[in-house]
Design a protein around this ligand. Structure first.
Ligand code: ATP
Length: 512
């Protein structure tokens, strides 16, 4: 199946099984805004718990906060967002569709890469066992030509972005003969800058109302609380402040479901360090964050680091952790060395002294900051994409199953009486009433047992137990594993420990 079709299936699966709905669905939705349903909210909460605990529980020098979405408008002047939080946009005059100029060019670079991959596939077919991929990539004429074009485009694009040369970005689009995917034409407007922050007003709408912004990142809530937390928590460098919360960006192009939303959630941690030690911490946090991803067991081949060519105005090093989505390797998390830019700017704009007194050498200085910033929704999407499978069964049947990491699954255990009579529902309810205090359980008695198993597979429930007539005699039940579909009989009294061991967040955290 083409990757595009797989992605479409995942999107409709998310809706059909109560994970993600379009916002205001009965009014036909709102662009790039989504609601999480009954299963989605559980998965999302589990992702947030996994992140939060990995930060705040596993590091005794990281504490959490929860800052407001609304902030003093000067915060965004100081942070540079009012002047520089822009994307370069371009319109196609025929389709009237708007695009990000940088995304159009990056997609073009991706096309060269796809072409190279296709040449490799052709080469493999032709040379069979004798095929040596490294040699082929280094010597094949067509591949070399494509590589040269890709690298030249990449270099030209990086230079234009660094200088934010809007004319040059447009010229690249023309020279590469990039067409609008809707109209198929090259009738492009000029490239313009577009600020991504949403504005609203506080106070009465008459005199005295003032314009404020919906925060485009949660990080500034941490920076403006640096002094509060450092003083009240008597924190010593290095230390971190973690936060999970909503962020808002008026994205020009809403694409790829919950990958790019206008209202989304971030999990950010700012780690304050002594100046001069930031590169060491940057390396360390790259490793720590990658280990967090890898503990989910999706395979190292599905992740890669992508170092930034164009650094944001505040950064002296930056990398993305990219995940292999059905539409290519895409950013899920950013790790940035933000220098002392933000704290210094807030000191300047607020007139307050924002420093750290280092008792070891009796000096005051502005700490440097390493930031790890991950989108909850993108993480959710990557988990969904990796977990979704249409499994071909013996006998020609297909089952749709979500191989979610057990600790993140919305429901951990389904309790199913084999039939709706003979005291089986009562026995099943008794088990349910005991286990529901330990993990999320779901009771289901409608439809055949086979259909009920399939429904649980489709929402990723790691275990089902079936209560049958033998249960009434010997207090054992059938325990079914989602991934292997194997079943074995276990004592009711052993259920809790068997399941808890597999589904607890603690077991997952220990793998980091
Ligand atoms: P992109 O280049 O994709 O626009 P970004 O580099 O602007 O992303 P950051 O500002 O580094 O993103 O934000 C940190 C994280 O927040 C991203 O890695 C991503 O997971 C998430 N994120 C950013 N923008 C969005 C969005 N519009 N929708 C969903 N998640 C987002």
């Amino acid at each position: 199946m083409a990757q595009e079709d797989v992605f479409k299936k995942i999107v409709s699966h998310c809706k059909e099984y109560g994970f993600v709905f379009p916002s205001s669905d009965i009014y036909d939705g709102l662009g790039a805004v989504y609601d999480y349903g009954q299963n989605g909210v559980e998965l999302k909460n589990n992702i947030k718990q996994y992140w939060w605990k990995s930060m705040v529980l596993l590091h005794d020098n990281i504490v959490g906060i929860d800052a407001a979405v609304f902030m003093h408008p000067t915060v965004w002047k100081a942070s540079g967002h009012v002047d520089a939080f822009n994307d370069p946009l371009i319109d196609n005059r025929d389709s009237k569709k708007r695009y990000r100029a940088d995304v159009l060019i990056e997609d073009q670079i991706g096309k060269y890469e796809e072409k190279i991959d296709k040449e490799v596939v052709k080469g493999r077919k032709r040379f069979k066992e004798a095929f040596d991929e490294a040699q082929f990539l280094a010597t094949n004429g067509r591949v070399l030509e494509l590589k040269e074009k890709r690298d030249a485009l990449h270099a030209r694009y990086a230079k234009a972005m660094k200088a934010m040369d809007l004319n040059e970005l447009r010229q690249i689009i023309l020279d590469e003969e990039i067409v609008c995917p809707i109209s198929g034409t090259r009738n492009w407007t000029e490239v313009r800058q577009f600020n991504l922050m949403f504005k609203t007003e506080v106070g009465s709408t008459a005199d005295g109302a003032s314009t404020i912004y919906l925060r485009p990142e949660t990080a500034q809530g941490i920076f403006v609380n640096y002094l509060n937390v450092q003083k009240t928590g008597r924190m010593k460098l290095p230390f971190g402040i973690a936060q999970i919360g909503k962020a808002f960006r008026n994205e020009i192009v809403a694409r790829q479901f919950i990958f790019r939303m206008r209202e989304f959630e971030q999990m950010e941690m700012q780690f304050f360090v002594k100046p001069g030690t930031e590169m060491e911490w940057f390396r360390q946090w790259k490793q720590t964050r990658m280990a967090w991803h890898l503990a989910l067991g999706f395979g190292a081949e599905n992740y890669r680091f992508h170092d930034h060519e164009k650094l944001a105005h505040y950064a002296n090093a930056a990398t993305d952790i990219e995940f292999h989505m059905p539409f290519g390797f895409k950013e899920v998390e950013g790790i940035h060395s933000r220098t002392d830019f933000d704290l210094k700017q807030h000191a300047k704009y607020s007139g307050k002294k924002i420093e750290y007194f280092d008792p070891e050498n009796n000096q005051s200085y502005t700490p440097y900051v390493i930031e790890t910033s991950i989108g909850v929704d993108r993480m959710f999407l990557s988990i969904m994409c990796h977990s979704y499978e249409e499994e071909q069964l013996e006998g020609g049947d297909v089952r749709t199953v979500l191989h979610l990491p057990a600790a993140l699954a919305p429901v951990k255990l389904a309790v199913l009486p084999l039939v709706k009579k003979d005291g089986l529902p009562e026995k099943a309810q008794e088990i349910m009433q005991d286990l529901k205090f330990h993990f999320n359980c779901k009771y289901e008695e409608k439809d055949t047992i086979g259909k009920r198993y399939r429904r649980q597979d489709a929402i990723g429930t790691p275990y089902c137990i079936t209560v049958d007539h033998d249960t009434l005699q010997d207090n054992t039940v059938t325990l079914r594993d989602r991934d292997t579909m194997e079943q074995h009989r276990v004592n009711i009294s052993d259920l809790r420990s068997i399941i808890e061991d597999k589904v607890s967040l603690t077991s997952l955290l220990k793998k980091i």
